[in-house]
Design a protein around this ligand. Structure first.
Ligand code: ZN
Length: 471
């Protein structure tokens, strides 16, 4: 069969492809990306050398569900000069030094005021954290805690040469047309600055996959998205609302370059073709791996799997994005953190999944079995409805913009305090599961969050007019 032959040709080039992925990562690493701006455009124009990606621009101020496309942010330079005249923090040395989306500033301030705008990781004194402030106009710098402790009293010159003005949100899209209009959706996000595993590993993997599958004689059409996380996914879904039925299988690719084992996060539906075939593929391809049920935090699967859309979208990653991963959102997630073998294995897994989906499409039998399973599950859920209290998410299309309602921390990038984090997780679980089929009892059981915290979060959601009790 033509398909199988094409796959074996790509397989035979796996080492070369791995080398290409690493080279591309080296090229993209220094660029200061964000959810908007020239860093994103530059990233997409480099990707364009590999395949004809279409670059799309959406105007600032555009309403997308509960969100508004923000102003465009661009930065030329940013630094802090000490009372002795030394440049002690320099954006040009690492773009992580500047809080992403910092507004412009040029003034002298005493150490006490400067400290209110400095972010460090006391646990890792030699590491620069990654912090964002997309939706609260603010400014700040990130630095090594060791340096922070050495700061002397006196006047500091603070310069941020940035622009925050009406412009566009930029994303990239590419469709490989298959024999069928039905689609496999492969997405990654392009909004993190100099961070390799969380962001670039997914970007380079999908770039090379798109390059090598371009002429592939596929059963499915394959759609690639290179979008800013959260706001980009919400924008894309908003613009493509009437075409989402075509998506039959989806994977969010992120954090695929560390030495940790591969994790497959199932779709919210929990019984799709991917939920069945990926565990089997991992079993044959990996020494160790993990299968996780869907949870409503993580990356863009949160939007694709929001209750109204509930698309068959999963995620594959290696290190989970929490404070328990030391390299999460800081300067340790650099080129040295990336393991070539992990990148190669990740690429081969994605390739095998596409190959398997194509084979299944040809036989088609499996799909029929799935539909039967779906019916079975529905009946089970209906039975449960008798038991408990049910709520309805009043904004079920993607996630509501939670910071607007004071229900989510404003400064992004870092994890909130444990107590606050638990409350925010409860909010995300309730919104994602409140589609009329999951009772409070179910939500508490699935999320392992205490009933009392669920109740507290429900009260806040009702106050914000985001949730309603079903009577
Ligand atoms: Zn991230």
């Amino acid at each position: 069969m033509a398909d199988e032959q094409e796959f074996s040709v790509i397989l035979s080039k796996a080492d070369k492809i791995t080398e290409e992925m690493i080279q591309l990562m080296i090229e993209l690493y220094p660029i200061c990306r964000s959810i908007t701006g020239n860093g994103t455009r530059q990233t997409l124009s480099i990707i364009k050398k590999y395949f004809p990606i279409q670059v799309k621009e959406v105007k600032s101020g555009t309403q997308v569900f509960d969100w508004i496309v923000p102003k465009e942010w661009n930065v030329s330079d940013a630094y802090v000069i000490s009372p002795k005249g030394e440049k002690i923090i320099d954006f040009k040395k690492s773009n992580l030094h500047l809080v992403n989306y910092s507004i412009p500033i040029n003034k002298k301030i005493p150490l006490k005021i400067l400290k209110e705008h400095l972010h460090t990781l006391p646990k890792y004194p030699n590491v620069i954290p990654y912090v964002t402030s997309y939706y609260k106009q603010d400014w700040g710098f990130c630095l090594e805690h060791k340096k922070f402790l050495e700061l002397e009293n006196g006047e500091y010159s603070v310069v941020i040469d940035s622009k925050l003005e009406d412009g566009h949100l930029t994303y990239g899209e590419y469709l490989i047309e298959g024999k069928s209009k039905e689609e496999i959706l492969l997405t990654c996000y392009i909004c993190h600055p100099s961070l390799c595993n969380d962001n670039l590993s997914g970007v380079v993997l999908l770039t090379l996959l798109a390059k090598y599958l371009t002429k592939f004689n596929s059963e499915f059409s394959i759609r690639f998205l290179f979008i800013p996380e959260t706001i980009g996914a919400i924008t894309w879904i908003h613009r493509n609302q009437n075409n989402l039925d075509k998506i039959k299988h989806g994977i969010v690719a992120t954090s695929l370059g560390s030495k940790e084992k591969i994790t497959f996060k199932k779709t919210r539906r929990n019984n799709t073709v991917l939920d069945q075939i990926v565990p089997k593929i991992l079993k044959t391809k990996c020494k160790s791996y993990e299968i996780s049920d869907f949870f409503p935090w993580g990356s863009d699967e949160r939007q694709f799997c929001s209750p109204f859309f509930n698309l068959p979208v999963s995620s594959i990653f290696r290190s989970i994005y929490t404070s328990s991963t030391p390299e999460y959102h800081n300067s340790m997630d650099n080129l040295d953190f990336i393991d070539n073998n992990s990148m190669k294995e990740s690429f081969l897994i994605f390739l095998s999944i596409i190959s398997e989906l194509n084979k299944q499409k040809m036989s088609n039998n499996q799909l029929l079995t799935n539909q039967k399973n779906e019916l079975k599950n529905k009946k089970y859920e209906e039975k449960n409805m008798m038991k408990d209290q049910f709520y309805k998410n009043l904004k079920p299309k993607c996630e509501p913009h939670l910071t607007k309602y004071g229900l989510y921390h404003e400064l992004g990038g870092q994890i909130s305090t444990m107590q606050r984090r638990d409350f925010e997780l409860a909010i995300q679980w309730i919104l994602n599961m409140s589609d009329g089929t999951n009772s409070l009892f179910d939500i508490s059981k699935k999320s392992k969050i205490s009933y009392s915290l669920i109740e507290e979060a429900i009260e806040s959601l009702i106050k914000a007019n985001l949730l309603e009790k079903i009577t």
